[in-house]
Design a protein around this ligand. Structure first.
Ligand SMILES: [Zn+2]
Length: 123
């Protein structure tokens, strides 16, 4: 189990090492890629350029290639309501979508999750 996620995180690191920072044109380095959360089927990573320090953003990467993940039902039990508000409703993404997700997150400020549609019961 741990190997699965570890391998996925390594793959994410390798993926970003092939990408260039848009600010300094250097490749991202493994030490700039931080694993924020590790959940079944989902890794949340923050990518920062370790050369110039510019943050690229946060990516939620689905690690379950075949299974259809239904976020509203599959969220981990230890997620707080705030986590759910932030993460549920975002479709799982694949590696190919990671850069798009970065663009998405980067274009929003720290209150970005407030702009997402509410899920579940309105409180
Ligand atoms: Zn840079």
């Amino acid at each position: 189990m741990g190997n699965l996620h570890g391998g996925s995180f390594q793959a994410i690191q390798e993926y970003f090492q092939q990408k260039e920072c848009r600010f300094c044109s250097n490749s991202f380095k493994p030490d700039g890629i931080q694993l924020l959360r590790e959940e079944p089927g989902v890794l949340v990573v923050r990518v920062t350029c370790s050369t110039c320090g510019h943050p690229l953003g946060v990516a939620i990467v689905g690690t379950t290639p075949k299974a259809q993940v239904k976020p509203a039902q599959n969220h981990p039990r230890d997620w707080t309501k705030r986590d759910k508000d932030r993460l549920v409703g975002l479709p799982p993404i694949t590696y190919d979508d990671v850069l798009n997700a970065h663009q998405f997150f980067k274009s929003l400020d720290t209150d970005w999750h407030k702009h997402l549609p509410k899920v579940g019961k309105a409180s």
